[in-house]
Design a protein around this ligand. Structure first.
Ligand code: 9YT
Length: 129
């Protein structure tokens, strides 16, 4: 059995900051952990907007703290995100993620991330090999 804490991950390779410093992702489970998904706690910093388009992954996101919104670009809809809200990018939905207050999110990726991925210019993460 695996047991890890956020404290174990702070300051290690499993803690990844966005190039633009919009977020930090603490990757509790990765591909090498062989669970078939990766599992992260992500902090989205207040006042930021991030363009995201996971062409190579599905992601589910559950908000446990803070407040923000997701704007889906295909239909212009704005979805409020507060603690207790889950959203699932089941259609590889291109979107903007905005943090009104700092948000703490639990994120699951399928297929799992390998480790140090940050967003490419198109908002995706590279496909796993
Ligand atoms: C919600 C979202 O996708 N934020 C960007 C970071 C991502 N959750 C990650 O790599 O943990």
């Amino acid at each position: 059995m695996l047991v890890r804490t956020i404290r174990d991950i702070a300051g290690t390779d499993r803690e990844v900051f966005a190039d633009n410093h919009n977020w930090v992702s603490r990757r509790l489970l990765l591909k090498k952990d062989q669970m078939g998904f990766s599992f992260h706690e992500t902090i989205i910093f207040a006042g930021t907007q991030t363009h995201i388009w996971y062409k190579n992954h599905l992601e589910a996101v559950y908000c446990i703290d803070g407040e923000g919104e997701v704007e889906t670009l295909s239909d212009g809809k704005i979805h409020r995100i507060v603690p207790g809200t889950l959203y699932a990018l089941n259609d590889h939905d291109e979107h903007y993620l905005r943090a009104i207050q700092e948000m703490r999110l639990l994120c699951v990726f399928n297929p799992p991330l390998s480790g140090r991925e940050v967003h490419l210019p198109d908002g995706s993460y590279p496909a796993s090999d």
